[in-house]
Ligand binder design. Structure first.
Ligand SMILES: [Zn+2]
Length: 326
């Protein structure tokens, strides 16, 4: 027994894929992480029993690699009720009030902890990443959506119900804005996240302003990737679209820093990672929107430390709650 490595199985359930990996108590990924598509049933609802089957398979393989299984750390793409581990709402999975912690514990006979992905990502940065020695920071992700989580006064901060950190749903323009996934209109997310970039790229092609994006898209609709690629190649419309995104994100995050007096913002997500200068641009531009000279000098905008921060955070959350980390 003594030569076995104590590990937890971390599971990150996203809107379309699930990542799984073994972690030791130092936050080291043991072996490779695995990705599987989310199994959906005939009604388009994510099937938790088939997720358990996949986990069971991975647990069986672990016997061959000398792993002592301590339990499960789970990250999920929707708000989770404190302690009970009930997923309150995960639109992409069509889950509403799903008692995921109970289902996993019962199905696999292992202790499990479940939290929302943005919280797990922030926790990973605090435990093993860029924010290790930081007491006030925000985790922020821009991809298909724009969201985040807060870490204030040396504690994760979820607000009164765990709904805090919704950077993307600050209203930017409720009159001329676009419909948002949250059911409202004109949220900042509808101006800066992936679908907004694609929409603006398509508009540039439709109005004859960008031959390059038209060519890159071929006969398909313009994607975010096309806009990003055209920008790297010097296309004027694409440069303008991304410039506007950078401008609005800097204003948005500047407001957050003015309210909370943060030391650091850790940024991740598909948009941030596909634009090599994103973090530097925000670092430069946010200063124009900060009130205090001290903050202008000291605020740090950094890129996420992990390829999948939520997965690392699911492991950190498990170890912390089970008392393996001090
Ligand atoms: Zn919204």
């Amino acid at each position: 027994v003594s030569n076995q490595l104590d590990c937890c199985l971390a599971v990150d359930i996203g809107g379309s894929k699930i990542a799984l990996g073994w972690f030791d108590t130092n936050g080291k990924l043991v072996g490779d992480s695995q990705n599987i598509p989310v199994p959906f049933d005939a009604f388009g609802q994510a099937d938790e029993n088939r997720i358990i089957d996949s986990m069971r398979r991975i647990i069986h393989q672990a016997i061959n690699i000398q792993i002592n299984i301590l339990g499960l750390g789970v990250s999920v793409c929707g708000p989770v009720e404190k302690e009970s581990g009930v997923v309150v709402l995960a639109p992409n999975l069509k889950w509403r009030l799903k008692p995921l912690k109970e289902i996993f514990q019962f199905g696999l006979k292992l202790p499990a902890h479940v939290e929302v992905d943005s919280r797990q990502a922030a926790l990973a940065e605090k435990t093993w990443g860029a924010a290790r020695n930081v007491n006030n920071f925000a985790w922020c992700t821009i991809g298909t959506g724009y969201g985040g989580y807060l870490f204030l006064d040396n504690k994760l901060f979820g607000g009164s119900r765990g709904f805090a950190g919704n950077f993307g749903h600050i209203t930017h323009d409720e009159i001329n804005g676009f419909p948002c996934g949250c059911g409202r209109k004109g949220c900042i997310e509808t101006f800066v996240a992936g679908p907004a970039i694609a929409r603006q790229g398509q508009a540039a092609v439709d109005s004859g302003q960008s031959e390059m994006m038209k060519e890159l898209a071929g006969d398909k609709p313009v994607t975010t990737r096309v806009v990003v690629q055209a920008r790297q190649m010097g296309d004027k419309s694409a440069i303008q679209i991304i410039d506007q995104v950078l401008r609005l994100v800097a204003i948005n995050l500047g407001g957050v820093v003015n309210i909370l007096d943060l030391e650091m913002i850790v940024m991740g997500g598909g948009i941030v990672n596909s634009l090599p200068d994103f973090v530097d641009q925000i670092q430069m531009r946010i200063r124009d929107h900060l009130m205090m000279d001290e903050t202008k000098l000291e605020i740090k905008i950094v890129k996420e430390s992990f390829s999948n921060a939520s997965l690392y955070g699911a492991a950190a959350d498990f170890f912390l709650k089970e008392g393996y980390l001090v």
